[in-house]
Design a protein around this ligand. Sequence first.
Ligand SMILES: [Fe+2]
Length: 313
Amino acid sequence: MAKKIVVENREWEKKENKFKYCEALENGNILFFDAPPFPFPQDEIDFLLKQKQGGSAARKNIAYKPQIDKITNHDTKDPASALRLKEILSNYSKRVTEFLSVLLSPYAKQWKHDYASFRPFQEKGRKLRLRARNDLLHVDAFPTRPLHGSRILRFFTNINPTENRVWNTSDDFAELAKHFAGKVPVPQSPGYDLLSRLTRKMKFFARKAGVKVPLRSPYDQFMLQMHNFLKENQQFQQNCHKDRWEFPPLSCWAVFTDQVSHAALSGQYALEQTFIIPQKALLCPEKSPVCVLERLSGRNLVDTELLQKQLHL
Ligand SMILES: [Fe+2]
């Protein structure tokens, strides 16, 4: 079960703590900060809190893509307010990155700076299709952006001035994989049979022709299946051991969400920044989901040929 590791008193600046927080995360724990460990101007928070919850609660979160400096899923008709929103999310993204470059310095040179998101919706009672529901326990997986064994690290901030953000967590990936071995099929190793080699070839051609087909490794396929299996498994959702987490106003937390099973039960107005951590940057790679799964199944689940193609196409 995930433990709460309180980070305080600028302990991250001490040399002896260089590896402490990366190890805590890789052991399936949650780093907790009772206030943002970087400047967060009140006028930026006030602007975000004024963003109205849209008519459809089925809408996605607002995403900020740092590589192209763009926001998506934002429906404002007012260009000045869209620009201000983008500026605030960009500022948040930069400040989190700058801070984590110190706190998690062993990762900083190799991570991929992924999307930030603003979550203006009340999670309690939010109407989403079952597989998209945030209030059901799950481990994260990306349906359209395969990770080939890289990790999903997320940093959150609750900017709601009065309401806690409430999570449940349950067992970590290693326990879940052991428990559900056999129920969630582990795909065959890459290039195992003629059909999988042909499918792979067709995907290469499709991508060369400009069609955005995700090149999933067996690991990515498994993680998606596991994500869906857990959300659809009523018995697991009802009977598994749960720990309740209350994240108060202005607190922050960081966690590997592909490892710690989690559910957001309630709360409105949170920010989040994602980092993709490659296997080679990890301090304890043997604890990562891909290694756990390869040990359990005795199969190679990362397709290095696909990975190279993905990087170059
Ligand atoms: Fe999640």
